[in-house]
Design a protein around this ligand. Structure first.
Ligand code: NAP
Ligand code: HSE
Length: 416
């Protein structure tokens, strides 16, 4: 019998339990019976809508990690700590580990892989990026012999769901977020989703594997969708464009540029057509060219499915080669900033400020076009880096109460 210790029984953990116990998803991959023999949760008194035998639950990690019968630990608990400590301890105690925790993987990929290798165990994290999309495994394979040049994509289901609902169904930002939470897409703290931190973690993981360099979260410029309003959406519609939260990393002669930001793209682009919680991940290598991976990027079943695929790899012992990835991760990386054109919306405090602002902006050489609306000002910039844009806007800050800037894809033309 193969015993699994499951850490967490929320959206993802309950999905894993159902696939293994009720759906018998692993029955064709081993002659032995696979059972979940302990489930770690935080609050034993919480009412749970499931038929799981009560004795499986514990709030004591020791009962899981000290159990010599347990071979595999699946971690699906929220937050960085204590998850990180649990993962380290599980590997040290000679367990195989599968995790959905991008916060931990983005920070400690190299050391966790090295620890797994030292203990001759597998460390798998397919569910940490792209929900049900198989991306980690193909990327590990391709980056072993391709020079990967670019990794980009829509990497967060919650923010894509919000933008789709605002655009297609006229939902408010708050209404769409509440719905995403009810559907199990959002993080415990949804700021991770809407401020871009979740995409930043996923991009750090993908670009580290792709470029064989340790790209840390802190190196990645990050802005989310929390400033995009229904007014901005109405302007984008008149331009036949769609806004998406895009993570993008480019490796050019060993200099990496990486950003997470809202990007405006034409309605007929392949990324614009990715709706709701779907993700699209594109990777480009020198030999294989561009590969695109599309699928459900969040939610119970897709994420649990990715975890089951990792368990299958443990049962098939493929990890013996995969752990070598830790040796390929170089710690030197140089970051560069790329210039782009931007859409900027400023919402002045009052009518007087609006007039003064329009006048001041019309004189700026970095601005291509200024448009004045009832309460807001919209401007389109010439090409400049995000740092330059922020510096240029900063000294006008006393005149406006909120702002939103969105990068324009190269093929969007603004006439003066
Ligand atoms: P969730 O629904 O909030 O469930 C979290 C689970 O973790 C709960 O069962 C909770 O116990 C348990 N937990 C939290 N802190 C704990 C602690 N200190 N000790 C023991 N148990 C603890 O979260 P989720 O959506 O399933 O996400 C779990 C992980 O998967 C996160 O790392 C998330 O980023 C990642 N992930 C989620 C998705 C998705 O679509 N939801 C997709 C990919 C990856 P109680 O039940 O007692 O509260
Ligand atoms: N909160 C994440 C998302 C879960 O919405 O994409 C999947 O990683």
């Amino acid at each position: 019998m193969i015993n699994i210790g499951l850490l967490g029984f929320g959206t993802v953990g309950s999905g894993v339990y159902e696939l293994i116990t009720n759906y018998k998803a692993l029955k064709n991959h081993t002659d032995e019976e696979v059972v979940i023999s302990k489930i770690l949760i935080k609050d034993l008194s919480k009412k749970r809508n499931s038929k799981v035998p009560k004795e499986l639950f514990t709030d004591n990690f020791r009962e899981v990690v000290n159990n010599p019968q347990i071979d595999i630990i699946i971690e699906a608990i929220s937050g960085f700590n204590p998850a990180y400590t649990f993962l380290v301890e599980s590997l040290e105690r000679g367990k195989h580990v599968v995790t959905a925790n991008k916060a931990v993987v983005a920070k400690h990929l190299k050391s966790l892989l090295a620890l797994a290798e030292k203990n001759h165990k597998g460390f798998f994290f397919e569910a940490s990026v792209g929900g049900g999309i198989p991306i980690i495994k193909p990327l590990k394979h391709h980056s072993a012999f391709n020079e990967m040049k670019e990794v980009k994509g829509i990497l967060n289901g919650t923010s894509n769901f919000i933008l789709t609902q605002m655009n297609d169904n006229d939902l408010t930002f708050e209404g769409a977020l509440t719905l995403a939470q009810q559907l199990g897409y959002a993080e415990t703290d949804p700021s991770d989703d809407i401020k871009g931190y979740d995409v930043r973690r996923k991009l750090a993981i993908l670009s580290s594997i792709a470029f064989k360099k340790q790209v840390s979260e802190e190196m990645i410029t990050c802005r989310g969708i929390d400033y995009v309003t229904s007014f901005d959406m109405s302007i984008f519609k008149t331009m036949d464009c769609t806004v998406k939260l895009l993570g993008k990393a480019i490796n050019s002669n060993n200099r990496v540029s990486a950003s997470v930001e809202p990007v405006l793209m034409k309605n007929d682009s392949s990324l614009s057509k990715i709706k709701n919680a779907c993700n699209l991940i594109s990777v480009t290598g020198n030999i294989v060219g561009e590969l695109q991976f599309v699928g459900e990027g969040a939610g119970k079943n897709p994420t649990a499915n990715a975890i089951i695929c990792d368990v299958i790899d443990i049962l098939g012992e493929t990890y013996k080669h995969d752990n070598l990835l830790s040796k390929r991760l170089d710690s030197t990386v140089t970051i560069q900033h790329v210039a782009s054109k931007y859409y900027v919306r400023l919402s002045p405090y009052n009518y007087n400020y609006k007039g003064t602002l329009v006048k001041a902006l019309e004189e700026k050489s970095w601005i291509k076009k200024v448009l004045s609306y009832d309460k807001d000002i919209v401007l389109f910039t010439e090409k400049l880096s995000l740092i330059e844009l922020e510096e240029n806007i900063q000294h006008l800050k006393f005149m406006y109460k909120s702002s939103c800037y969105v990068r324009l894809e190269e093929d969007i033309e603004i006439k003066a």
